[in-house]
Design a protein around this ligand. Structure first.
Ligand SMILES: [Zn+2]
Ligand SMILES: [Zn+2]
Length: 361
């Protein structure tokens, strides 16, 4: 009796273990699309309404989405700088390029995975480096680490100084909390390449200068308020690293409860990658992947980050690739294997319970 009950847990058991999904709705949009009223004015929130818009359609405001794709390197500027609201072939091509570059399923459609990715807070640097402004061709469509044009890197010294701006800062975190996070972020990079970073008290003469800026701050890349663009930096040997002062920066999520809090350490580690010469990676787990969820944390360099930066600077003599790979492997398998085990035993128990129940009734 009730064959459905016998079948369903078993199917569910199999699906959990082998990681295929039964018929469940497609991935939903991220949590931060339904934030409370106080936080409802963050950038790119309105992109949710373009979900499942189809090719050939005209949706009011879609030109904003095209401007977004243009900003991050996926669409050329149209004649007269005038983006239309049409979902045309060029827009499909841009979506395909975006999905490829961000490691998403390549559908050419505004599916939930793509919309969620587009709405996600991210770094302000472009994903694709234009090598020829006349015909907008792009390079670095590989699914790995990337560099800026000409592969610039620091050559002036193997010891670089950095400093935090005494003027452009935030009030709700102490200077020592911020400095500790920044020191840790630099140490992750110096552990793998033969470069040292030392903090300097002389901001103006430091090689790398870090500050929190609000809105238009004079470098042509205005910040946009809560979420949206989180930060940006300049390629070598410029040294500027700018964080959006409008974000709710967190150094400890136990203390900082805001739903839109952004992990300072993750973003600083990512931006240092740019300062040193890395562009965005298409590997989702890598530090150099362009987006980061609110309350998300991604501070440990992955092999893709390490290979990229070592290509530019060589290897730190103390860096042990074997032990790095082993620790990366244990990070990868640690979380997923424990959840598989928990699911497996829970579902096995549930299945046996239903089996016993169906035998008696
Ligand atoms: Zn970036
Ligand atoms: Zn800036």
């Amino acid at each position: 009796m009730f064959p459905f009950f016998r079948y369903y847990p078993f199917f569910y058991l199999l699906s959990s273990v082998f990681h295929f999904s039964p018929v469940f709705p497609a991935r939903t949009l991220p949590d931060f699309t339904t934030l409370d009223a106080d936080n409802n004015n963050y950038a790119w929130r309105n992109f949710a309404r373009f979900l499942d818009a189809g090719k050939g359609s005209e949706v009011n405001g879609m030109s904003e989405l095209k401007k977004y794709l243009n900003r991050f390197g996926y669409l050329p500027i149209p004649p007269h700088n005038n983006f239309s609201d049409f979902f045309d072939d060029q827009f499909v091509s841009a979506l395909i390029l975006y999905q490829n570059r961000l490691g998403l399923s390549v559908t050419g459609k505004l599916d939930s995975e793509t919309i969620a990715s587009i709405m996600s807070p991210r770094c302000g640097m472009s994903d694709l480096i234009k090598i020829n402004n006349n015909n907008n061709t792009t390079i670095h469509s590989t699914r790995r680490y990337a560099f800026f044009n000409g592969q610039p890197r620091w050559i002036r010294s193997s010891t670089l100084t950095y400093a935090l701006s005494p003027d452009y800062t935030i009030e709700y975190l102490t200077s020592s909390e911020i400095r500790k996070v920044v020191r840790r972020s630099f140490s992750r990079w110096s552990a793998v390449i033969p470069l040292n970073f030392t903090e300097s008290s002389d901001y103006e003469s430091s090689d790398i200068r870090i500050g929190f800026y609000r809105g238009d701050h004079g470098d042509g890349e205005a910040f946009d308020g809560v979420l949206g663009v989180l930060a940006h930096a300049f390629s070598p040997e410029n040294g500027r690293l700018h964080l959006d002062a409008a974000e709710r920066w967190a150094v400890d999520f136990e203390q900082e409860k805001s739903k839109v809090a952004v992990d300072l350490e993750s973003v600083v580690t990512h931006e240092i990658g740019h300062v040193l010469g890395l562009a965005h990676s298409a590997v989702k787990e890598s530090v150099m992947y362009p987006s980061l969820s609110p309350r998300g944390k991604k501070v440990d360099l992955r092999i893709d980050d390490v290979e990229g930066i070592q290509y530019l600077y060589g290897t730190n003599p103390n860096f042990k690739l074997k032990s790095f790979l082993e620790s990366e492997k244990s990070i990868n398998s640690g979380s997923s294997s424990s959840s598989i085990n928990t699911n497996f035993f829970f579902l096995l128990f549930f299945y046996l319970l239903v089996l016993v129940w169906s035998l008696f009734y």
